[in-house]
Design a protein around this ligand. Structure first.
Ligand code: AMP
Length: 602
């Protein structure tokens, strides 16, 4: 990273700066360095950035600094495509606002009992982070008013419009005061996003991360798709499975350097943290210990690792994905020094999958998918290590007393010498079992948006939606149909279903197939290779406060007869839940919205 601007220099409010410090952020990410000054000046903003680049703080920090919050008014509105993202963004904003007096952030999303939301909204909602469908519900019911909104943010606009929220977004934007500040973040710029920009963003500044292309030829690059909560377990297995000399693990915050390092230490690894918080002398000592082989693993932030030049580093692990490609290249450049070859391993959570493509493009190198080492592989390694230690004792230790004990035990226990040695081995390995039982970590199956479709755990079978073919029983080829115990009479719309499934299981909305709505139930098609762990999560899902009773529809378990079904003609096979066609739209009730009006240029 060659940008050196600090958070202090950006002009954020002191309370916000305190919160940033408490979060442990050392320097602004590139999108933050570009977006924050523009938003602080009150400009509208177009941000080209995906999840994982620090975009939430990029809009939240300046808007929280700038907006004057009044007790009962909603001053900031953030629109997000999924329930999961709205919760995540609301939590992040709450964290950044923690030093501001009494600013309430309320996430509002489909799938949650609306009455719970009424209560939260009644108390006061200075900031609302909403999915469009549910927000429209609240607007209709009068439980949310957008009259006093000073700024609106469209987060992940491409995903949002891809899910069929275009009309809702337009309706919502037409409810926002004309002079409100606007920001739109999108990873890609499809036609619908451009339309929204054109119609609603007015005059705007741009914040885009330019990725330089670089090559890193002597480094073997791999990625591991892993769920956030499995990252630590996966890291421990990766460390055990790899043949490494020195390892550098990158995390995002100072706190994470000590957290990860402590947890690895507890598992018996020889590891130390390295962050800007440590005194210079301590930092130098840590790097020296790594150089000398007294330390095997260092967990560092970008800033602390800047300039580390240790030939012994054979592996760089990106435990937290970097915000941009430049930083990725800088990080992995800590290995493969002095003409040696190096290894770079990148942890990717499902939501960050798009960054992988960006990195591959910028480095012009494919990143291979890697699998976690199996229990047998780890067992083989542990046995080999154990043998090495025994070899060492055989060569260097005085074993005479132990030999005596062994002989005595053999006689007293009336066992063979092999038996006693085996029992001693069994005892010695108890803390680090030679035959570990390891729980299978579920691999998130995520489809990409289809551009390059590279192997590994990413589903390469992605094809444009229009080309989907119908197979047996009217179910799309490669898909299975599932039953949901909620239907029109529960006021459920396809976007509630998409939102609930994508949000609950943390999967891309793009993999969700056809949805059919009936009066009392609905059906949804999901890829036939959907991971069991995803199905397990979905089996407990609620949609609009109702238990969805999600289950596979089999021939012997037909859906209940639904006499009220009127949708046959409307939901013809070409129509997709995300299509903008009328049958899938909810009407906006009897309180008509003002017709979409254009925002004045700011
Ligand atoms: P986002 O792109 O908003 O989803 O953010 C991705 C992650 O980066 C979140 O876990 C943030 O807490 C973290 N993050 C955001 N900005 C910074 C920063 N300047 N330094 C370190 N971590 C950050």
């Amino acid at each position: 990273m060659d940008q050196e601007i600090t958070f202090e220099e950006l002009g954020l409010a002191p309370e916000i700066l305190d919160a940033v410090k408490a979060a442990g952020y050392e320097t602004p990410s590139p999108i933050q360095a570009k977006a924050i000054p523009a938003l602080l000046q009150g400009k509208n903003l177009l941000g080209t950035a995906q999840t994982g680049t620090g975009k939430t703080a990029a809009f939240a920090l300046p808007l929280l600094s700038r907006i004057e919050f009044n007790a009962r008014e909603t001053s900031l509105l953030v629109l997000t495509p999924t329930r999961e993202l709205s919760i995540q963004v609301a939590e992040a904003i709450q964290q950044y606002a923690m030093k501001l007096p009494k600013v309430h952030v309320v996430p509002v999303y489909g799938g949650q009992d609306i009455s719970v939301q009424f209560k939260a909204l009644k108390r006061s909602a200075n900031i609302i982070v909403a999915t469009p469908g549910r927000l429209i519900d609240h607007l209709k019911r009068g439980s949310i008013s957008l009259d006093k909104v000073q700024a609106v943010v469209l987060d992940e606009a491409d995903e949002m419009l891809d899910m069929g929220f275009m009309e809702d977004v337009e309706t919502i934007l037409s409810e926002i005061p004309e002079n409100a500040q606007r920001a739109l973040f999108s990873a890609t710029m499809p036609k619908e996003v451009l339309e929204i920009i054109d119609e609603h963003l007015g005059e705007y500044s741009e914040a885009r991360i330019e990725g330089k292309t670089t090559t890193v030829e002597n480094i073997r690059q791999r990625f591991l798709l892993v769920k956030s909560h499995d990252k630590m377990e996966a890291l421990a297995r990766v460390i055990e499975g790899e043949d490494f000399d020195g390892m550098l693990i990158f995390v995002r915050t100072k706190q994470a350097t000590s957290e990860v390092s402590e947890r690895l230490e507890a598992r018996g690894f020889n590891v130390a943290p390295l962050s800007g918080d440590l005194a210079q002398t301590l930092r130098e000592r840590t790097i020296n210990r790594l150089k000398m082989g007294k330390l095997d693993i260092v967990v560092a932030t970008d800033v602390a690792a800047r300039g580390i030049d240790v030939d012994r580093i054979t592996h760089v692990v990106n435990y937290d994905i970097p915000y941009d490609t430049e930083s990725y290249v800088h990080r992995i450049g800590r290995t493969g020094r002095a003409g040696r070859s190096g290894n770079a391993i990148l942890f990717i959570t499902p939501r960050e999958r798009r960054l992988l493509k960006t990195i591959e493009k910028a480095t012009r190198q494919p990143i291979e998918a890697m699998a976690l080492p199996s229990a047998e592989q780890i067992s083989t390694k542990r046995i080999a290590n154990f043998q090495k230690k025994i070899q060492d004792k055989l060569t260097h230790a005085d074993l005479s007393k132990f030999r005596e004990i062994l002989m005595k035990m053999t006689v007293e226990l009336g066992s063979d010498i092999e038996e006693v040695a085996a029992a001693a081995l069994c005892l010695a390995q108890e803390r680090e079992p030679l035959f570990p039982k390891m729980e299978e970590l579920s691999t998130p199956k995520v489809r990409d948006h289809g551009d390059s479709g590279k192997g590994g755990d990413f589903d390469t079978a992605e094809r444009p939606r229009k080309e989907r073919k119908e197979g047996a029983n009217g179910v799309e080829e490669g898909y299975l149909r599932y039953y949901l115990a909620v239907g029109r009479r529960d006021h459920v719309s396809p976007r509630d279903i998409v939102g609930a499934i994508a949000g609950e299981a943390d999967i891309s909305s793009a993999i969700i197939g056809r949805i059919k709505l009936f009066d009392k139930f609905s059906t949804v098609e999901l890829p036939d290779n959907t991971d069991q762990s995803v199905l397990d999560i979905l089996s407990e899902m609620t949609i609009r406060g109702n238990d969805a009773k999600f289950r596979l529809m089999t021939d012997d378990a037909p859906p209940p007869k639904d006499r009220g079904f009127k949708g046959k003609k409307k939901f013809s096979k070409e129509k997709k839940p995300w299509s903008k066609e009328k049958p899938f739209r909810e009407t906006h009730g009897d309180k008509p919205f003002r017709k979409t009006r254009r925002f004045g240029r700011v």
